[in-house]
Design a protein. Structure first.
Length: 145
């Protein structure tokens, strides 16, 4: 299996990019600098799912709308797209249902194409449905009161 483990989004103005991404995703990025490069790290969750990454300003980092697309998982895609536009970005691909996901693409403050992705089905819904079925089958109405 091949799984992305790290991503770096090129920026030319780290302050502007940090303000953009913090506004869009309602997170705080952690800044650092080493070996002539400046970076701002996205918060990383625990567990094996997904990957972590950073905004990076450096000589070899050139923002582009072309090339590899990074898909960022985010539950509120509609809100993120609205906040991206308000923060100076633009919509490249409006939120659209594709199979069981919602996807969109935005142009960030630096000119990068960044894709957004969210599952349409909530796994907790399946558990709720199963619990409701079991309660109905057993005739137990204790949770209804």
């Amino acid at each position: 299996m091949v799984r992305a483990s790290w991503f770096e989004i090129p920026v030319t103005d780290l302050d502007r990019a940090v303000a953009f991404y913090e506004a869009v995703f309602a997170v705080t990025l952690e800044r650092d600098a080493s070996e002539g490069e400046e970076a701002a790290y996205f918060p990383a969750g625990d567990g094996p799912v997904g990957s972590a990454g950073a905004l990076v300003k450096g000589e070899s980092y050139v923002p582009s709308i072309d090339g590899t697309r990074v898909y960022l998982e985010f539950a509120d895609i509609d809100g993120a797209v609205e906040r991206a536009v308000a923060a100076g970005g633009s919509v490249l691909f409006a939120p659209t249902e594709v199979d069981d996901t919602l996807v969109a693409e935005i142009r960030d403050s630096e000119g990068n194409r960044v894709a957004l992705r969210a599952d349409l089905e909530d796994p907790d819904d399946d558990l709720d449905d199963e619990l409701e079925h079991l309660l109905d089958t057993d005739g137990d109405d204790a949770l209804d009161s």
